[in-house]
Structures are given as structure tokens and as C-alpha cells.
Design a protein around this ligand. Structure first.
Ligand code: ASP
Length: 325
């Protein structure tokens, strides 16, 4: 009797979850972006949110919950209700390197989230101010070698991509630079333009308008191949200065653990449909964004990628001796 009752309750719960998933989305949803507005994560999230929103027929509200290299926003998303109305825009920093960097992290990128879909990747660009003395990466490295700690690098927060790539660059070049952290790439870029910081690695999509607008100079790329269309004459770091150096940021959408699988699949399908718009994908490619084979965008592939990145970064962080707390 007791058993039958329990089964009945479970059946009712399952039925209400199915009903909820069927009616979804019946209201607007929120995508948490854990950096300041106007930066690369924000720009990419808003662009993709706009396209996905049109496919699912509901508004996507982008909420900027900035601070601590993205870990504050990620912790907030991990605790949100898994009802298909709150998502996290995650990236290589707080969802890949986070567990290796922070002794106490308020979330687990693998256990506390459902991977929904992966975004395209973006390479990074080494930027300096318009009037900078450094005309290429070799000159910057030479200056940092001559005076350890003198060259400072802006970044989007401790453990952000801009911070991690600068730390890897430092380790590979055998130099010592001073990191200066902000609540996102946008405020850091403002200070780079203003001359308060000397250099910064920013993602190609938001670096490009600054370089084309003549506000900043690009002096190196983190991609293995040159990007003649976007950054003519700018050499990859791997070309002469740091052979083998390659980095790109990966991004993607996550939902709190327990979000119905059906909703996760519907979000992924909406994204794939949006990607069929070639005008949109060519615009992204023109910004230097690297589109991926479709199989890499799926929830399953993205979940695997996240887990393997958490492991990869444990080794990278240990090898490069990146320490933050
Ligand atoms: N994704 C950037 C970084 O980690 C930050 C931002 O988007 O503002 O450097």
C-alpha cells in the first residue's frame, strides 16, 4: 500500500515535469554573463541570445553578474532553479581552469551543470596602446626581461581568459609582468586606451573594432595561423617569438543541474537552426570567430569537452605554476 502511494507520487511528479517541459518556454529566460557589459563574452552572448530567442519565440534577458573572473556569476547560476529559465554563459576560465585555480570554488563545472551547447571559439590578440613603445611581441618581451614587473597587463579578472593567457605567455616567454584585474574585458580595454595599463590579451571579436578604429594596436595573435583579413601584418606568437604557442577561448551555454533533458535538447536545436543563417555565421567569421563542426556544438560533446578541459587545465596550471590564491 505504502509502496503504491510512493509510486503514485513519483508518477505525479514525473507527469508535472513533463507538462512543464511541454509548455516551455512560457515566459522570458535569463542568461547570466559573469562579466561587465561590452566585453567579448557579453557581445557574443547577446548576439547568440538574439538568434536563439527568435527560434524559441521568447525573450532572452542577458544579466551581467560580474566579478572574481566569472566565478560569482557561475556560482549564482549553479544555485538557480533548474526549470529551464536560467542559463549560464560559461567559458574556458571559470568553467575550465576554475577548479585548478581556486582552492574553494562554490560550484563544480561538471557536476553542477548540464552542458547545453558550445559557442564558436575565439582566438586572442595581444593589444597595446596607440602610442606604445612596443611594436611587436619581441620588443615587449625584451622590455619585460630588462625590467621584471615593469610591464603591466590588464585582464578581465583573476582566472579570466585574458589573465590565463597572459600568465601562459609570461611562463613561456620567461618574463615577469604585473597583472591588473578588472570586472571584465571592457573596463580593462578602456584603461588600455587611456594608457593606465601597457598591454592586454583580448578576444578577436571585441579587439577588432578597437584596432580598426585606430584606438589600439594589435602586436601578436594567439592563433597558429595569421589572420590577414582581420589583422593584416600581425604575426602569430608561434611564428617566431614563442614557437608552438596557441590559444583560443571556448564558450558555451550551461543550465543548472537537473534542468529537464528535453529543454536542453530544444535549446540546442534552436541554436543549430539559427546557425543555418549564413549571413550571421559569415559575420562571425569576419570578426575572427572560429566556427566549429556541428558535432562539437551538441550537449553531449560540450559536456565531454568541459570535463576534459577541467583535467587539461589542472596540468597547464601546475606546469605554468599559475597561482592566484
Ligand atoms: N571573456 C573575457 C576574459 O576572460 C572577459 C569578458 O568577456 O569581459 O578575458
Amino acid at each position: 500500500m505504502k509502496f503504491a502511494k510512493t509510486v503514485g507520487v513519483i508518477a505525479l511528479l514525473a507527469a508535472s515535469q513533463i507538462a512543464q517541459a511541454q509548455a516551455w518556454p512560457s515566459k522570458s529566460m535569463t542568461w547570466i554573463v559573469p562579466f561587465a557589459a561590452g566585453g567579448p563574452t557579453d557581445a557574443m552572448a547577446r548576439d547568440i541570445a538574439d538568434k536563439v530567442s527568435k527560434q524559441i519565440g521568447q525573450t532572452v534577458i542577458v544579466e551581467n553578474a560580474a566579478g572574481a573572473g566569472g566565478t560569482i556569476g557561475a556560482a549564482k547560476a549553479a544555485k538557480a532553479s533548474p526549470d529551464g529559465y536560467t542559463f549560464l554563459v560559461g567559458h574556458m576560465g571559470y568553467m575550465g581552469a576554475g577548479p585548478a585555480l581556486y582552492k574553494k570554488l562554490a560550484y563544480d563545472p561538471v557536476k553542477d551543470f548540464e552542458a547545453v551547447f558550445r559557442f564558436p571559439d575565439t582566438p586572442l590578440v595581444l593589444l597595446v596602446g596607440k602610442n606604445s613603445l612596443y611594436k611587436n611581441a619581441g620588443e615587449l618581451i625584451a622590455a619585460a626581461k630588462a625590467q621584471p614587473g615593469k610591464v603591466n597587463f590588464g585582464n578581465a579578472g583573476v582566472g579570466s581568459t585574458s589573465h590565463l593567457i597572459a600568465a601562459l605567455f609570461e611562463a613561456k616567454a620567461g618574463i615577469d609582468v604585473t597583472p591588473v584585474s578588472y570586472k571584465g574585458a571592457a573596463p580593462a580595454i578602456n584603461d588600455l586606451i587611456g594608457g593606465q595599463v601597457d598591454a592586454m590579451f583580448d578576444q578577436s571579436n571585441t579587439a577588432l573594432p578597437q584596432v580598426q578604429g585606430g584606438r589600439l594596436n594589435a602586436i601578436a595573435l594567439t592563433s597558429l595561423a595569421p589572420m590577414p583579413q582581420q589583422y593584416p601584418g600581425v604575426a602569430p606568437l608561434a611564428e617566431k617569438v614563442l614557437p608552438g604557442f596557441e590559444a583560443a577561448t571556448w564558450y558555451g551555454l550551461y543550465a543548472p543541474k537537473g534542468t529537464p533533458k528535453d529543454i536542453v535538447q530544444k535549446m540546442h536545436q534552436a541554436y543549430v537552426k539559427a546557425l543555418a543563417d549564413k549571413t550571421w555565421t559569415s559575420r562571425m567569421a569576419n570578426q575572427g570567430i572560429q566556427l566549429l563542426p556541428e558535432a562539437q556544438y551538441t550537449p553531449e560533446a560540450f559536456a565531454k569537452h568541459t570535463a576534459s578541459e577541467v583535467e587539461r587545465w589542472r596540468k597547464v596550471v601546475a606546469d605554468a605554476k599559475i597561482q592566484i590564491d
